[in-house]
Design a protein around this ligand. Structure first.
Ligand code: HAS
Ligand code: CU
Length: 558
């Protein structure tokens, strides 16, 4: 089934300067959004320590304006830009297929136009509707238009990833899609299916409603369409990090990919099961039958499986590296891993955080446990371990080699890069413990709890202090990380073409398209199957909601 071992064509190919430039544009715009968003985070952590700084700050009109900026910039904007960089550049380099640069720059322009429109709407205090923008809360139409443009641009990026694969397949019909491109393609197909919900919600309902063209929107229907996209979007954030864990980390650890076909299977499962699970965000919503909620709860357990596969295969590939470096015994290999490399350490810390984030996710997904923690501080605790640490810290780690690779500048400071990774990890751990714990005391999420009457949240001083400390540690981490990032770009020592770090593609085997591999590679067939599963899971409920709409007029509470 296999032929000789081969390094990806591109690893040795001549440098592709224009592709680096557009990749860097996506990357740096994404990180700039993160910088602004992350600087607001400590205010929120301090709020959950009982300290209200909002009234002292002139530039934010309310806690909710700050929280909207924080959520939109960090969770929606930062991730989408980084995904564009990762899901375009690495397939292009692996396949040796050139990007359609005018098209990709156009996507960048559309995304950035959307970001600017949305940012103006939030900053002008017309759209403090949070990153979930549930109606009947209504923002300015510019908010929805801006987000819609970001989604359109992300779909253009998806189209380009698929186009590059198609070019490769036409030239090499006998080969399966190389592994990095396979992972990128599955992520993009999943996103295309996932985005349908939010596109319908925004284009058909929220945009015309916010412009006054239609008078009412049904909140139940809108929330259901939102979560059609809102759950799988978390895997759209996670899977580019997984690409690094599967395809780059083994090389960085001196190990190898534990299993090519298990990797493909995991991504196939993400395509199949990421989307038909949105009701696990709506267990307490009326208008959806308990039976369908149970189906989504069960399917959520299914989508946990590829992450469990990932935990074992990625750990195995690291273990191989640690043992090759002389590590012995069950745990002896861990110390032999390249912990002094910030690009590596950041990502292992990200993985460790994800073990706890994933465990919390299983609690959330359980139909009988979720009501205990739904809409409490537990939930932000959960997602700062997942998107806030597993994904973000992985992107930090990648940037430590990718920014020098793209810009030809040496990493500004290895020790500062290391310190930023550890402080981010420790800060997020403090935050997660503090917030999960407060959630168990039923402290609500998304609330200016620091302004509540004295004694409302008494008796929880320890978790409050932990949360407050986390804000301070994370502020230090932000300063350290962005000093390294901007230091590298503006003051890093220039590298020659030979000195630039190479893309650490794991050694891959060139695989022929036969048997199971051929089956795994029929990506459009799997896409259709996934679409059918989504239709089964959603249409009965959605049809009922569409035919029984109760329109509500826009509300503005600020
Ligand atoms: Fe979640 C709510 C269920 C994963 C993000 N989630 C959220 C929200 C966000 C979010 C943002 O079922 C809040 C949305 C809002 O604002 O309302 N989540 C899950 C489940 C998983 C899960 C079952 N979530 C994620 C990921 C996210 C994310 C990933 C972002 C990237 N989540 C829920 C539910 C809710 C929810 C409910 C709604 C609750 C409510 O009431 O509102 C699973 O995918 C998790 C599977 C993960 C694992 C862990 C695998 C571990 C790995 C690391 C291995 C470590 C190694 C290191 C190899 C099973 C892969 C070894 C190293 C050495 C040195 C030894
Ligand atoms: Cu979810």
């Amino acid at each position: 089934m296999t032929t000789a071992t081969a390094t990806p064509a591109s690893a040795t190919a001549a440098s592709t300067h224009p592709e680096r430039r557009v990749t860097f544009a996506f990357l740096i715009t994404g990180f700039s959004a993160l910088l602004l968003g992350a600087l607001l985070g400590p205010l929120q952590a301090l709020n959950y320590a009982g300290i209200d700084l909002y009234s002292q700050l002139g530039f934010l009109k309310s806690y909710y304006q700050g929280l909207t900026l924080h959520g939109v910039l960090n969770a929606l904007v930062f991730t989408t830009y980084l995904n564009a960089a990762i899901l375009l550049y690495f397939p292009a380099r692996e396949l040796g297929v050139p990007m359609n640069l005018p098209f990709v720059w156009t996507a960048y322009g559309v995304m950035t136009g959307g970001l600017a429109t949305c940012a103006v709407a939030i900053i002008s205090n017309t759209s403090s509707v949070l990153y979930t923008f549930y109606p009947p809360l209504s923002g300015h139409w510019g908010f929805y238009l801006g987000l819609a443009l970001v989604v359109v641009a992300s779909l253009m990026v998806a189209f380009e990833t698929l186009r590059m694969r198609a070019v490769f397949k036409r030239a090499n019909p006998e080969r399966v899609t190389p592994i990095v491109t396979y992972m990128a393609v599955m992520t993009q197909l999943m996103w295309i299916l996932a985005s349908v919900g939010i596109v319908v919600e925004v284009v058909v309902f929220l945009l015309p409603w916010s412009m006054g063209l239609i008078s009412g929107v049904d909140p139940a229907l809108a929330r259901t369409l939102f979560w059609w996209t809102g759950h799988p979007i978390v895997y759209y954030w996670l899977l580019p990090a997984y690409i690094s864990w599967y395809a780059f980390m083994p090389k960085q650890a001196g190990g190898e990919l534990a299993s090519d076909s298990l990797t493909r299977l995991a991504f196939l499962m993400f395509l199949m099961f990421s989307t038909p699970v949105g009701f696990h965000h709506q267990f307490t919503d009326p208008g959806i039958s308990a039976g369908w909620k149970m189906v989504h709860s069960l399917l959520t357990m299914f989508v946990g499986i590829p992450s469990l596969i990932t935990a074992f295969t990625v750990a195995a590939s690291l273990e191989l590296g640690g043992k090759r470096a002389g590590g012995r015994g069950v745990f002896g290999w861990i110390g032999k891993l390249p912990w002094n490399e910030p690009a590596f350490a950041a990502q292992v810390l990200a993985m460790i955080a994800f073990i706890f984030g994933g465990a919390g996710g299983i609690v959330n997904a359980s139909f009988n446990l979720d009501p205990l923690i739904n809409d409490t501080a537990w939930i932000p605790g959960h997602f700062h371990l997942t998107v806030g640490t597993a994904v973000t810290l992985t992107f930090f780690g990648m940037s430590f080699w990718l920014v020098p690779h793209l810009t030809g500048r040496r990493l500004f400071s290895k020790s500062m890069a290391m310190a930023s990774s550890w402080t981010w990890f420790v800060g997020m751990m403090f935050f997660a413990v503090g917030m999960h714990w407060q959630g168990l005391y039923a402290v609500p999420r998304r609330a200016l709890v620091s302004a509540a009457p004295e004694g409302t949240y008494a008796g929880m001083i320890v978790p409050q202090v932990l949360t407050g400390i986390s804000g301070v540690i994370l502020l230090i981490a932000v300063v350290l990380y962005f000093t390294v990032l901007f230091g590298t770009i503006f003051a890093g020592q220039r590298l020659t073409e030979q000195q630039r770090p190479a893309i650490p593609f794991v050694d891959a085997v060139e695989l022929r398209s036969i048997g199971v591999l051929r089956l795994l590679d029929t990506v459009w067939g799997w896409f259709i199957l996934a679409a059918i599963l989504v239709a089964v899971a959603y249409l009965p409920t959605l049809i009922e909601m569409f035919t029984n709409q109760v329109g509500i007029r826009p509300y503005r509470l600020w």
